[in-house]
Design a protein around this ligand. Sequence first.
Ligand SMILES: C[S@@+](CC[C@H](N)C(=O)[O-])C[C@H]1O[C@@H](n2cnc3c(N)ncnc32)[C@H](O)[C@@H]1O
Ligand code: SF4
Length: 405
Amino acid sequence: MPSTLPDGDPVPPDGSLPDQAYRAAADRTLSFYVHVPFCATRCGYCDFNTYTAGELGTAASPQSWLDSALAEIDLAAKVLGNNRTVSTIFVGGGTPSLVGAEPLTRILGAIDERFGLAADAEVSTEANPESTDPALLTGLRQAGFTRLSLGMQSTSRRVLAILDRTHTPGRALDVVAWARAAGFEHLNLDLIYGTPGETDDEFAASLRAVVGSGVDHVSAYSLIVEPGTRLARQVDRGMLPMPDDDVLADRYLLAEELLTAAGFGWYEVSNWARAGAARCRHNLAYWTGQDWWGIGPGAHSHVGGVRWWNVKHPAAYAQRLAAGVSPGQAREVLTGEQRTAEDVLLRLRLDSGVALDRLPATGRAKAADAARRGLLDPAALAAGTARLTLDGRLLADGIALDLLG
Ligand SMILES: C[S@@+](CC[C@H](N)C(=O)[O-])C[C@H]1O[C@@H](n2cnc3c(N)ncnc32)[C@H](O)[C@@H]1O
Ligand code: SF4
């Protein structure tokens, strides 16, 4: 979750939603995202809404965050009512593993109590390898977490140092083994490719380590140089080169080759899973326009075409909830046109693609052209779906904008 928030309309103090948010709710699943805004240290590339203890001082603490998050779950129950069960929960950050199992258990319990978790609910948490140990994993599994997502990034000591990661190359692999022993059903490792100075061999070694670890899911993101980060300053001063587009494309193709050979299949441009059941249902809910409520500072929510986002700072977030006021900073009610555009942008990144009838007539003509250029699958197109080829996946967002134009 990037830390810059857009402008928008005011959110009413009681957090109530316009009628449109409730229309056809039965056609959509409901998820919760829970944002934990704490990190032990800040990685130089990261722009997420997260704070070290030194940055927060006495303004906010894990305890004030927990109290406020529980109050926001109560608010969500008042606004949404209690007739919808929850399909997925995703605790992200920041570093959820830093706060320990007990607060996360209480959050899960509160969502279950207010709404009810579906019997087959997917309950994920992110974790940083450094702050994760077997006791934490046992506690999380007992609390009902089913899926663990670990920021491994690379197995190269040199690359981890450039990224300011504090863990050793093997730590994430140890955590995977502990998580399996603790009984987690699904495990993901995050990789970052294209770090300045990273070689093909180093990225291939990271991929082989991921495959060898036995996880059933991999997310691989190209390094984004976010404005305002330490990495951006190093690039601006010429201390590090900007990641090169051709190198990024080659690394993506290497990921596809090694992961496919090992039995993974892509289902979103940056995500691969060993089987359908290993796909992250929570992220699929985002990408297919379902409803989700984001709990925590700076968290974003979407219910029936109404999108809102919370105040960013943990102290401001806690103050609002302590005063019985919605932490929503602003919101926007999406028009039909905006919803279609978002739907096309997100669904085109999926292996299931976008139905051609979602596109304007000009977009359908452009889809035929993209298929001739090898960017869309001609067989899928003939069957009425715009589905990216491997070459198309390298240009996904540009193609989506073209199809909407
Ligand atoms: C919240 S972090 C994961 C959990 C934990 N905080 C950690 O870093 O280990 C989510 C993921 O976002 C990705 N990420 C963050 N900033 C990025 C950037 N600038 N470019 C590419 N990937 C990034 C990393 O792969 C990271 O694992
Ligand atoms: S540990 Fe994760 S969330 Fe925290 S600064 Fe690093 S990448 Fe960002």
